[in-house]
Design a protein around this ligand. Structure first.
Ligand code: FUB
Length: 324
């Protein structure tokens, strides 16, 4: 996919004139910092986007990610930037790599599931932080990981590499009966039930094995009676999806949601309904300083066909219209 991206000048000018941390949409929605791996939460009349912070300097081609960021909007167009509510420093047991997380609310508390690399057991681990507010501050809920690398196999990816980073990209879904599920994984896609505490697994870790070229970034949502599991596929990544009649599967692969992200080798999506419309939140490398390690979050509409299949994303520069 080729597209041109607007310069950040307009957004920066808006910021300067306003003298506050209110950002105006058009894609990318944030242009003063690089943001990646969005998760989105609808809470009351507000949408919160939780993102990783890509801090790699220009020409440094590796992830430099030490904290997570949060932005909020009531109209999907005007995004307010809040102080960073969570960083690696909150997890005494973690070392590096504040990668893709997910926030969900239960009984008035907000739980933020995040992957980080650790020394022992070698690889990534999943932690969970908790707050009374969607904008934090969040604190480590357990003082230790929820999932560690020795709880799952280290798979071999299609390139023949042993993947020690399989325990990444947590995504939590609470079903209509109140049961919570944790999905995660790179190369292997894992899931497990969560106890009502949201900080303990409830039963064995299971795998979904029938999704072609599953890479990472699972996201589960429900529309009507149908469950959707979207995820990054292949590498460089596109976004694919599967559907099921139950959140426990079996899942049927349905095709692509999105083609390659512009100027960026990963794809990472969140799908929400807000005030009667569906949105997809994703990232690309679409700023003047952007790229695979300096990504930026975008918002566009997500449309469904009458049979419930998802229409392929049309990424836009103008983004979405304000919600009335
Ligand atoms: O941002 C680091 C990793 O890149 C995420 O965990 C993946 O989803 C991919 O976007």
């Amino acid at each position: 996919m080729h597209k041109t991206f607007r310069t950040p000048a307009l957004a920066l000018l808006s910021l300067a004139l306003l003298g506050c941390a209110t950002l105006f949409a058009g894609n990318p929605i944030v242009t003063d910092v690089h943001t990646a791996d969005p998760a989105a939460l609808v809470h009351r009349d507000t949408v919160y986007i939780y993102a990783g912070h890509d801090e790699a300097p220009p020409n440094e081609n590796r992830y430099v990610m030490k904290e997570w960021l949060v932005f909020s909007s009531t109209d999907m167009v005007t995004w307010k930037s809040h102080p960073s509510p969570l960083s690696l420093a909150a997890f005494k047991w973690a070392k590096r790599d504040a990668w893709a997380g997910h926030v969900i609310e239960r009984a008035g508390k907000f739980y933020w599931y995040v992957p980080m690399s650790v020394e022992q057991p070698h690889g990534f681990a999943l932690g969970v932080a908790v707050s009374d507010s969607p904008t934090g501050p969040f604190v480590d809920a357990l003082g230790k990981p929820l999932v560690t690398s020795d709880m799952t196999p280290n798979p071999t990816n299609p390139e023949g590499m042993v993947v020690s980073w399989d325990d990444i990209d947590p995504a939590v879904f609470i079903d209509t009966d109140g049961q919570a599920y944790l999905f995660w994984g790179n190369t292997n896609l894992y899931w497990a039930r969560l106890k009502p505490s949201m900080t303990e697994l409830d039963g064995p870790i299971q795998r979904i094995t029938n999704l072609p070229r599953y890479t990472e970034a699972p996201w589960v949502h429900k529309r009507g009676d149908l469950y959707y599991l979207s995820y990054a596929t292949g590498f460089p990544e596109r976004t694919a999806y599967a559907t099921a009649d139950k959140v426990t599967g079996p899942w049927t692969h349905r095709g692509l949601v999105a083609d390659l992200a512009g100027n960026c080798n990963t794809n990472h999506q969140a799908i929400i309904e807000f005030k009667g419309r569906s949105y997809i939140v994703y990232h690309n490398g679409g700023t003047l300083t952007g790229g695979s390690f300096r990504r930026s979050v975008c918002v566009d509409y997500l449309d469904y066909n009458p049979d419930g299949t998802i229409r392929r994303l049309v990424p836009t520069e103008e983004g979405v219209a304000p919600v009335k």
